[in-house]
Write a protein that binds this ligand. Structure first.
Ligand code: NAP
Ligand code: ZN
Length: 348
């Protein structure tokens, strides 16, 4: 076994603290890489707090992981020692079902994909541990190639915030001629703005934070709507082809659905802990669709990383020390993230 260091939550009530554990030995199809940076996703906070379901503890969060390969198994073909590598939200899947065969491992039909943490390996009993850690062992198929061209720390958030916004925009073919609203300007939202602009859409940010307007424009957004201002909401009613909803807390879906045009689609990627209440009338008037999307498959994640390398797209980040993680979560809960915290693993 490989000794590893991490920050872990021992239960849903206590803060993260240093913890030692073991990773599995590098198998024939595995890649081991030392973690240099790990992004901080709101999903990390949801999961250590049991917001969605009872978690598996001790829990080492982190699924925006980048680093350098230090060991590869005998059968590994696509990575060698010294390469940059990344891992996102999944570390395995059945690789046999209809969805896995279509590069949609995130929707694996055999019990779902194996999550990077707060999950069990395919054996159903070995817990997985995430990226707030010094090293990780992942099977080759779930390791991504990272370009040497981009800033490495700012690349980490692409592994979750990046792919989670890229995938739905590609699936719904959002681009030229579309009015796209990005609801919530946080980690996911700011990546959605960058991709929406890169794909040619007219992008509006819908935000509860008036002070984020200048940032939104700097990110490339064409318009900014403060959602607490009834006048601005009235002016935006019936105007968007798509709304990409990245909000992490409870909010009124019906109000946002009213901002869609006829035949418009609202796509949920944010995951509040409480179910939303949606009135049938909010959908049938204007034949609107309410949809959802979960991260993205491995092939599409690589496509997104290559697209970012080509177009020089990374996340806007604030680098933090591992010991400041709880303070960063507090700021995240207040919507005070510009626009992703990334842990420098050298501080572990
Ligand atoms: P984040 O950085 O905290 O951003 C969330 C943003 O939502 C905030 O910055 C804020 O933006 C807005 N917001 C917060 N509370 C709100 C409220 N009560 N009403 C309206 N807006 C509110 O979080 P994140 O890391 O981007 O993650 C966002 C959500 O996506 C989380 O629930 C996360 O678990 C989920 N997620 C889903 C997937 C997936 O596969 N579908 C993948 C990753 C994450 P403003 O200040 O602009 O209002
Ligand atoms: Zn995430």
């Amino acid at each position: 076994m490989i000794p590893a260091k991490a920050y872990a939550a021992q239960d849903a009530q206590t803060d993260l603290a240093p913890w030692s554990f073991e990773r599995r030995e590098v198998g024939p199809h595995d890649v081991q890489f030392d973690i240099l940076f790990c992004g901080v996703c709101h999903s990390d906070l949801h999961q250590i707090k049991n917001d969605w379901f009872p978690g598996i503890f001790p829990m080492v969060p982190g699924h925006e992981i980048v680093g350098r390969v230090i060991k590869v198994g005998d059968h590994v073909k696509n990575f060698k020692v010294g390469d940059l590598a990344g891992t996102g939200c999944m570390v395995d899947s059945c690789q046999e079902c209809e969805n896995c065969k279509q590069d949609l491992e995130q929707y694996c039909l055999n019990g779902g994909s194996t999550q990077t943490y707060n999950s069990y390996e395919r054996d159903g009993k070995t817990p997985t541990y995430g990226g707030y850690s010094n090293t990780i062992v992942v099977r080759e198929e779930f390791v991504l190639h990272i370009s040497e061209k981009l800033d490495l720390a700012a690349t980490a958030p692409l592994l979750c915030a990046g792919i989670t916004t890229y995938s739905p925009l590609r699936h719904w073919k959002v681009g030229k001629g579309h009015k796209l609203a990005v609801l919530g300007l946080g980690g996911l939202g700011h990546m959605a703005v960058k991709f929406g602009v890169a794909f040619g859409a007219e992008v509006t940010v819908l935000s509860t934070s008036p002070k984020k307007e200048a940032d939104a424009k700097k990110l490339g957004a064409h318009h900014f709507v403060v959602t607490s201002d009834p006048e601005q909401i009235k002016a935006a009613t019936g105007t968007f082809d798509f709304i990409l909803d990245t909000v992490s807390a409870e909010h009124d879906f019906n109000m946002y659905l009213s901002l869609l045009r006829t035949n418009g689609t609202m796509i949920c990627v944010g995951v509040p802990s409480e179910p939303a209440k949606v009135a049938a009338f909010s959908l049938l008037g204007g034949r609107k669709s309410l949809a959802g999307s979960g991260i993205g498959g491995i092939a599409e994640t690589q496509e997104m990383l290559d697209f970012c390398a080509e177009h020089n797209i990374v996340s806007d980040i604030e680098i933090i020390d591992m010991k400041d993680i709880t303070k960063s979560y507090e700021r995240m809960l207040k919507g005070d993230v510009r626009y992703r915290f990334v842990i420098d693993m050298a501080t572990l």
